[in-house]
Design a protein around this ligand. Structure first.
Ligand code: RUB
Length: 266
């Protein structure tokens, strides 16, 4: 398998996962093979990822290094904003694996914020374990729960920080489980923030990826239908603010500003 095909396969199999990591891998693939065919294949790999399509759009206009630089600049701004937000917060709840969330938490810890993290393992692919391992390696105390323990874990937190794959007019699309977390956060009066680079914004309808049922139950007996929807919508009414490189913005303000910035030169 050549290098480009290896990247395609790793994105498809979720060995490379999360919006930012997928976009960065797409940059590597496009550099190796800058053709319309590469673009077409990449766009079909993970359909719920506007960062991927926005990145490819920018790549047609600007050098890869410049496009890559966006992610670092954006993360640095997010880090500073999340660090400010975590003042006085003892327990942060998160789900799945978000580069934007994990890097911001590690930065906040380095800046002296004292907090611990509760998270959920995130079936079927257990991206929550990745989150837990990265945070623990950075010296952050982590407690991981099974997904079915949402009711047990969420009320013990002070704040919920969730990543996003897509930010659309109705709200934020993120890993399955996120909508339940949002409803429970509201029930227990916890603030829920979406931590996300603004390139996750899409003015269009974003399809929800349904993955192969084998990820859920590989040896399921015949006649049992097993479903594997990868993502779901967190309705905007549950979101206090979106924290992106554009600032800490209420959802509607984020949408307006992201629309204005969308095709802005780098
Ligand atoms: C990952 C997921 C993450 C976002 C975060 O799903 O839902 O919360 O992608 O994006 P999957 P980022 O593992 O199926 O890709 O990593 O850019 O913060």
């Amino acid at each position: 398998m050549n290098q480009t095909d290896q990247i395609f396969s790793d994105i498809k199999d979720v060995k490379i996962q999360g919006a930012t990591n997928i976009a960065k891998a797409a940059i590597r693939a496009y550099k190796l093979s800058p053709t319309p065919e590469t673009k077409k294949i990449l766009l079909g790999l993970r359909p719920t990822e506007p960062t991927l399509s926005n990145t490819l759009w920018h790549l047609e206009k600007w050098p890869a290094k410049k496009v890559l630089g966006h992610f670092e600049r954006s993360q640095n701004k997010i880090n500073a904003l999340v660090t400010r937000l975590l003042k006085g917060k003892k327990v942060v709840y998160t789900h799945c694996h978000s580069t934007n969330v994990v890097r911001a938490l590690i930065f906040a810890k380095k800046k002296g914020r004292v907090f611990e993290v509760f998270n959920t393992e995130t079936r079927p692919l257990y991206q929550g374990r990745l989150t837990a391992a990265e945070l623990a390696k950075a010296g952050i105390k982590v407690t991981t729960y099974v997904d079915a323990a949402f009711h047990e874990a969420i009320p013990k937190a002070d704040i919920v920080l969730i990543g996003a794959d897509a930010l659309v007019s109705k709200g934020a699309i993120n890993k399955i489980g996120s909508a339940t977390i949002a409803e429970l956060a509201r029930l227990h009066h916890l603030p829920l923030y979406i931590i996300a680079d603004s390139w996750k914004f899409s003015p269009k309808t974003v399809p929800i990826e349904e993955r192969d049922f084998h990820e859920v139950w590989a040896s399921a007996p015949a006649h049992i239908k097993v479903r594997d929807p990868a993502f779901e919508l967190i309705e905007k009414k549950y979101i206090i603010s979106v924290i992106s490189e554009l600032g800490v913005l209420p959802f509607e303000d984020f949408l307006k500003q992201a629309e204005r910035e969308r095709r802005h030169p780098l």
